[in-house]
Design a protein around this ligand. Structure first.
Ligand code: HEC
Length: 139
């Protein structure tokens, strides 16, 4: 029975991997493209693009976090390219970091650094991060 579960489990994982490989969001390697929509609804994507992507994309994005590129993360999920000392972090860690940086009371940690994000925009980003965190479990 255990083997059967493992077999079913691996088949599901393999199909998911194949699915993701085939349906890779367009423009993954194109830094000029908008944030791939698979991780965020369109209004959030637009906010990330307008207020964050300027510093969070390219060869050395702020804090190692590229908010325009989606990769497969160690937990087997898709997540933003986010690395620490060359190692890709889990999707949960990325969202926990986002939560911290959006809610921190320390102005040196708050993102975006110039604090232009206010009111409804900030609330939308916050709700997105909060619901993603609630749906994920630490890996
Ligand atoms: C003006 C440039 C700039 C903008 C705009 C900006 N960031 Fe950052 N961000 C940085 C830099 C530089 C760092 C690394 C230094 C630090 O940790 O504060 C960073 C770090 C972070 C981190 C921590 C990553 C880690 O693992 O340490 C998160 C999360 C983050 N930013 C999210 C955002 C979000 C979300 C937005 C938009 C709402 C945003 N940033 C906008 C420059 C920026």
């Amino acid at each position: 029975m255990k083997y059967l579960n493992v077999l079913i489990g691996s088949t599901v994982c393999l199909s998911l991997l194949t699915y993701c490989a085939v349906t890779k969001p367009a423009g993954i390697l194109d830094p000029a493209s908008p944030v791939p929509p698979t991780l965020a609804p369109a209004p959030v994507t637009a906010l990330l693009q307008a207020h964050c992507a300027g510093c969070h994309h390219g060869t050395s994005p702020g804090g190692g976090l590229d908010l325009t590129r989606i990769v497969e993360t160690p937990g087997g999920r898709l997540g933003f390219a986010h690395s620490l000392r060359g190692r890709q972090l889990s999707t949960y860690t990325t969202f926990a970091t986002l939560y911290d940086r959006l809610t921190s009371t320390d102005p040196r940690r708050r993102m975006p650094p110039d604090s232009h994000l206010k009111g409804a925009d900030l609330e939308l980003l916050f709700l997105w991060v909060e619901s993603a965190l609630a749906a994920l479990s630490p890996e």
